[in-house]
Write a protein that binds this ligand. Sequence first.
Ligand code: 0O2
Length: 205
Amino acid sequence: MEDWEHFLEPYRQAVEELKIKFKGIRRQFELEGSHSPIEFVTGRVKPIPSILDKMRRKNIPFDQLDTINDIAGLRIICQFVDDIKKVVELLKKRSDIEIVEERDYISHKKKSGYRSYHVNIRYPVQTIHGEKKVLAEIQIRTLAMNFWATIEHSLNYKYNGQFPEDIQFRLQRAAEAAFLLDEEMSLIREEIREAQVFFSSKKEK
Ligand code: 0O2
C-alpha cells in the first residue's frame, strides 16, 4: 500500500498541476473578454482497483505499470464542438507537455456511441529525486458528450458492461440526441455571431 502511495504521488502531482494550468487558460480568456474554449476542467488519479483491473485485462506486468496511459486523467469540457479543436491547438503549442498520441472518437465515434477527443501526453513532474516524466490522458469533450459519457459510465458499472438490449438501444438514441444537441447549439452560436457582426457593422455607420 505504501508502495502504491509512492508510485501514485507523481501522478497526483501531475493531475493537480495540469488542473491549475488548464483553469489558468480559462481565466486568461475571461480577462481578455473573449469566449473561453474551456468551460471547466476535472481530473482524477485512477483508483487502484481500476489500475489492477486494466493490468489484468491488458496483461501488463507490475514492472510496466508506468506504460499505462491514463493513471493520470484530465477532462476538459467545452461548450461547443469547435472549441475542442481550439483546445487541442492550445495543447500543441505548449512547451510543458509532449503529445504522445491523439485519438479522435468524435470523427470516429465508438460502437457504444461514445464521443470524445483523447490526447495522451508525457508530462514532467519535479520530485525531490529529480524530474519524472509521467503519462497522462486528456479527454476533451462538449457538455453534451460529457452528459452522455457520465451516465453511460455509471450504468456500465451497474450492468458490468453487459447492457440489456433495450438499455443499449436507448443509450444509442441518447448518443444520437446528444450529437444533435451539439449540432443545434453550434448553429445557434453561428447565428448569434452573424447577428453580432451585423449589429456592430451597423453601429459603425
Ligand atoms: P475511467 O473510469 O474513466 O478511468 P481502455 O483504457 O483499455 O478501455 P484504451 O484504448 O487504452 O482503452 O483507451 P480509450 O478507449 O481511448 O480510453 C479509455 C477511456 O475513455 C475510458 O477509461 C473512459 O474514460 C473513456 N471511454 C472510452 N470508451 C468509452 C465508452 O464507451 N463509454 C464511456 N462512458 N467512456 C468511455 P476507463 O478506464 O474505462 O474508465
